[in-house]
Design a protein around this ligand. Structure first.
Ligand code: FAD
Ligand code: NAD
Length: 518
């Protein structure tokens, strides 16, 4: 395991982040006066770390404030532990799908081994390696919980150190992430339900788990806990899983969850929850009551802005920090306040948040770094931030047109750009092409009964890709080609010349283009 990015480190004490070659960048603390830095980033999740890194590359002094663990949700309670929980089951299933390998797999996943591997990814919830990375790039860490007390001014409260005042000479970047929403169901909050934190950090796998929700967390955790041997029931309010994706994606995930013993109850909501010594008891809008050892709430997240002192800078606590494409908070004058990641309500994935963080960090660096300090790739010669057009490094254009996501279920669901429905709603002249992945030679080599589907959404007027969805084993790795095609607006007749190697699953691209008529 190697460290590849701030915020997703997997190995203590190592970093492969490039040295930035800048002067030491220290803030100033004068007596009992405020700690002063050029830029203050609130929240040291993966996204905040990236914003701090980019902003600091041109000589600005940067501090990050963190109230819990440096690395944030993704490293300790979200992406990394959840994917670690899912990986063993995927590997076992992949082996079972290949004659000759299947016989070597003789039992279920080793539950203790899975949990131990998960613990290695979270470093037992210790952030020392992330702090080491901050040190190595000259970013100051201020531990504690930050609240605004006015423009560019924060109070940071820490149980051990007390309260300090922190001042940003130039800019503040808010990257405080999001928190799970617990629906207003009678008795639910009092029943100490699990959120994704308890699920991803589980030590004792419950015999049974009720999951409320039909989105990404629900389907990934249903898969993981079924692998770990729990009896899983998913309560889905609507009539399908993964409602934001192409309908066949949620259908394939539902079919596979049922095949592995998960009970799915569609059109069903909990109306009352009671916990006693035997577990949780859920009364439902339809069907029999449900009894389970634990209940996991997976009903979405909201931006974490409730306790940030936003009222002192004219904003409303609890609301997302709405930003423009340069990640400046729209409602704040003078362009000193930026926000990135889940807190913006824009896109709630780590990779897209880090993209926004790179843009925000570059914008801050270009606007505020001292003249003549341009070094490294972060600053264009002219620093033309205000005049920056689409696809400039100073605009997060991809957030509108080309957002990728992978749902790590079995089958995996990999999506980028617009679905067919969204493209039609946006007024595009749409044509879709769908291919059965089992018809591709590489897929038949990969697994004996490979099942999957690929779908392209094409803008017929311009003959470029608007979106793509892949559903099947290991399709995550097919996604980036589609993202490149969408971002590059590569004409299909040019894509025709991108020849996929034989026999790989990527040959589906050829089948898709043939299906379009090339
Ligand atoms: C179960 C689960 C699995 C996921 N899996 C994936 C995945 O596979 N891939 C993917 O791309 N995305 C995934 N996501 C989404 C991803 O975790 C988030 O999009 C990402 O963590 C957002 O990063 P962030 O830095 O904006 O926020 P966070 O990671 O939440 O970081 C915010 C940080 O700010 C700190 N903070 C908050 N308030 C204050 C304050 N007042 N003062 C100081 N510090 C503060 C917090 O302690 C935290 O460390 C998953 C989410 C969940 C719930
Ligand atoms: N692999 C990944 O990229 C990954 C994995 C996990 C989470 N995430 C991110 O984390 C965020 C949170 O995920 P999530 O699954 O909690 O949210 P989600 O928005 O994906 O799904 C929420 C689900 O809860 C249902 N729901 C909402 N309110 C409800 C209520 N009152 N009663 C019953 N059902 C209700 C919705 O209909 C939906 O099915 C998402 O934005 C997601 O992108 C990403």
């Amino acid at each position: 395991m190697t460290t590849t990015e701030p915020g997703t480190t997997t190995e203590p004490g190592t970093t492969t982040e490039p040295e930035t070659g800048t002067e030491p960048k220290t803030g100033t603390a004068t007596g009992a006066g405020p700690l002063t830095y050029d830029v203050v980033v609130v929240g040291a999740g993966a996204v905040g770390e990236n914003a701090a890194d980019r902003a600091g590359r041109t000589g600005l002094s940067v501090a990050v404030v963190e109230s819990e663990l440096v690395g944030g949700e993704c490293s300790y309670w979200a992406c990394m532990p959840s994917k670690a929980l899912l990986r063993a089951g995927a590997v076992v299933e992949a082996a079972r799908a290949v004659q000759g390998a299947a016989a070597a797999v003789t039992g279920p996943v080793d539950r203790d081994g899975v949990l131990a591997r998960r613990d290695s990814f979270t470093h037992d919830w210790d952030d020392a390696s992330q702090v080491e990375w901050l040190d190595s790039v000259g970013i100051a860490l201020v531990r504690g919980s930050a609240r605004f007390t006015g423009p560019r001014r924060l109070e940071v409260t820490d149980d051990d150190v007390g309260t300090r005042v922190l001042v940003a000479r130039r800019a503040v970047v808010v990257a405080t992430g999001s928190e799970p929403v617990v629906p207003d169901v009678a008795g639910l909050a009092e029943s100490a339900p699990w959120t994704s934190r308890e699920a991803t950090s589980v030590q004792d796998v419950p015999a049974s788990l009720a999951i409320i929700g039909g989105g990404v967390v629900a389907v990934e955790m249903a898969t993981a806990f079924a692998d770990l041997g729990a009896r899983v029931t998913v309560l889905v309010r609507g009539d399908r899983l993964l409602a934001g994706t192409e309908p066949f994606a949620g259908g394939a995930v539902a079919e596979s969850l049922v095949r592995r013993g998960v009970e799915l109850r569609f059109g069903t909501e909990a109306t009352r929850v009671v916990r006693d010594d035997h577990g949780v008891h859920l009364t439902l809008t339809r069907g029999d009551p449900l009894h389970a050892a634990e209940v996991l709430v997976a009903t979405g997240r909201r931006p974490r802005t409730g306790d940030l002192g936003l009222e002192t800078i004219g904003l409303t606590p609890g609301e997302p920090l709405r930003v423009d494409d340069q990640l400046r908070v729209e409602a704040v004058a003078d362009g000193w306040l930026y926000a990135v990641g889940d807190v913006t309500g824009r896109v709630a994935t780590t990779h897209q948040g880090k993209y926004d963080a790179r843009v925000a960090g570059d914008v801050v660096a270009a606007r505020f770094a001292p003249a003549g300090s341009a070094q490294g790739p972060a600053v264009d010669a002219e620093r033309d931030v205000e005049g920056a057009g689409q696809w400039s490094r100073y605009r997060a254009t991809a957030d509108h047109a080309a957002v990728p996501q992978v749902v790590f279920t079995r089958p995996e669901v990999a999506t980028v750009g617009l679905t067919e429905a969204a493209a039609r709603e946006a007024g595009h002249a749409v044509r879709t092409v769908e291919v059965d992945l089992s018809q591709v030679a590489g897929a038949s080599v990969a697994a004996d009964d490979y099942r999957g589907t690929a779908l392209l959404v094409v803008d017929e007027d311009r003959e470029v890709l608007l979106g793509a969805t892949f559903v099947g084993p290991d399709v995550a790795e097919l996604l980036h080609a589609a993202t490149v095609a969408v971002v590059g607006e590569v004409p299909l007749h040019r894509l025709w010349h991108a020849v996929p190697a034989y026999p790989t699953v990527s040959e589906v691209w050829l089948r898709l283009l043939e299906g379009y008529g090339l």
